[in-house]
Design a protein around this ligand. Sequence first.
Ligand SMILES: C[S@@+](CC[C@H](N)C(=O)[O-])C[C@H]1O[C@@H](n2cnc3c(N)ncnc32)[C@H](O)[C@@H]1O
Length: 284
Amino acid sequence: MEASILNKVFAEEKISKYDGLLAHFYDLDHQWRDYKKQTYLIKSLFVSQGLKQKIKILELCCGSGTHTFFLSQAGFEVLGVDSSFEMIRQARLKKEKEKVFPLFKQRDIFSLQDDSSFHHHFDCALLLGWTLSIQSLYERFTKILELARFVLKENGFFVFDITLNKGFNPSSSQPLIYETQDGMRGTLQIRSKENKVRRTMDFEYQWKINKGDGKSEQFFSVNEALAIVERDDVLLKISSFKDQFEILHELSGYSLNFLYKKGDKNLVMVLRKALSSDVLSETA
Ligand SMILES: C[S@@+](CC[C@H](N)C(=O)[O-])C[C@H]1O[C@@H](n2cnc3c(N)ncnc32)[C@H](O)[C@@H]1O
């Protein structure tokens, strides 16, 4: 990879792609993701299990809330949680335009276990958008499984997706150009690089943003690393929860018909919380 200007940028000059001005571009930069199809998987999951009324869904790391809105429109009661102030603000702005009213909370997901109102409250917990692939979250996968166990009712589902073995490599040879509805123009150049030692794909995002006043500002987004993961790594981590979760579906796409097969780059898992798994783990 050619030498990057970002190597010369101090860490404190980089901002998260989920914060501040950059969060305004999140939806435009993720238009390729089929949110509707992904949320349809959740609906078909409940249909396959016999749809009940008032299904409560907790969307972990909901970002700007696109899944959250589609799920609300499908009739679920949804709470979206994300640690980014600006992503939650973007989600709440959307709420003013939509005819459904999901709830959003700005919280670190790892703080939810301190809140008894989340305990055994949800029929389903979601972690979508390849969020589990983010290295800092993948390192805490065990904590995330504990969290899912904490928030779910018995027989509740935990659904997550993860990209396998360098499945996501979005380097852009040409800059991507986005225009927001409020008149900002962003030009984004993405570079990616494999870090063989850490087993991550590292990304550098270099943005030039014109806020509509003719002047451009340059931003460097934090080098968000994605874990390079094999399916066996995922299965191994889940196996330590084998008394608490059963693997109900292992898919490679967002349909119950797309069964995972060896070599597929996307893994979508549906885990079901075992009956009385908390009693088992609390008395162990
Ligand atoms: C890849 S985005 C996915 C957003 C959304 N689920 C989607 O599919 O568009 C990851 C999101 O995780 C959020 N996030 C990362 N770590 C978090 C944490 N510890 N607690 C809550 N949110 C977190 C970020 O703010 C960001 O919005």
